[in-house]
Design a protein around this ligand. Structure first.
Ligand code: SAM
Length: 221
């Protein structure tokens, strides 16, 4: 994975509303600074959970409310997403979320090995066209990094409602012997895990009668 990965999604959408722009100003202390990343791991021994592509932040924020003793690190390069998430963080006065408002691939190599208990990637962009398959986030290089930063027996949860991406994910993990797929029966990928909250893209998926799948991969020691 290159030092400067090319990001193909949107960085900016519609002009930020006044309240969103003010959340970006007021929420600065929740933004993760690359140079301070390691301090987070040396300064506290809280359980750490990473969410990649948090979108409007529904799952990140609800999880942080439910588990005040865990530290959540969310990454999303879409500025409007960061603004919406910061609005919620400020509203609920949350102190256990840090936001990296950029591509996770720019900092993932800086995380200490074996430091993260859970990683969640909910409804990643499917990039369904074959010619765009290299744009998908889930690539072997990237899985290697996820593996490195997870603690032994740490979990990686990926959801998607897109058939092409479902096959892509399963194929990648089938060939990756250092993770096991935890599913024992169809329910284990058809039912949402109890620790995931409904997001905008999950709702979109349900409105269109698509069936999201929830894959949980466990890091083998
Ligand atoms: C389809 S949206 C899903 C948002 C949210 N998880 C949900 O379920 O509503 C995918 C999100 O992943 C973010 N994303 C894409 N590539 C990313 C990357 N390399 N690092 C972090 N976030 C990324 C996008 O900006 C977008 O907000």
């Amino acid at each position: 994975m290159s030092e400067n990965p090319i990001f193909y999604g949107r960085r900016k959408g519609r002009k930020l509303s006044n309240s969103a722009a003010s959340a970006i100003r007021m929420g600065k202390k929740h933004l993760l600074q690359k140079e301070n990343l390691l301090n987070i791991f040396f300064e506290n021994d809280k359980k750490k959970i990473v969410e990649i592509g948090f979108g409007d932040g529904e799952n990140l924020v609800q999880s942080a409310i439910k588990n005040p003793n865990f530290l959540y690190i969310g990454a999303d390069p879409f500025l409007n997403a960061t603004a919406k998430c910061l609005q919620k963080i400020i509203k609920y006065n949350l102190k256990n979320i840090l936001i990296w408002p950029d591509d996770i691939r720019k900092i993932i190599k800086l995380f200490p090995f074996d430091s993260i208990s859970e990683i969640k990637i909910l409804f990643p962009d499917p990039w369904p066209k074959r010619k765009h398959k290299n744009r998908r986030l889930i690539q072997i290089d990237f899985i290697n990094h996820l593996y490195n930063i997870l603690k032994p027996k740490g979990t990686l949860t990926i959801s998607t409602d897109h058939d092409i991406l479902k096959c892509w994910i399963l194929e990648k993990f089938q060939n990756y012997s250092k993770f096991t797929w935890s599913a024992q029966s169809f329910k284990d990928w058809q039912l949402k895990p109890t620790d995931c909250f409904t997001t905008k893209y999950e709702l979109k998926s349900l409105c269109h009668n698509r069936n999201p799948s929830w894959f949980i991969f466990v890091k083998i020691n």
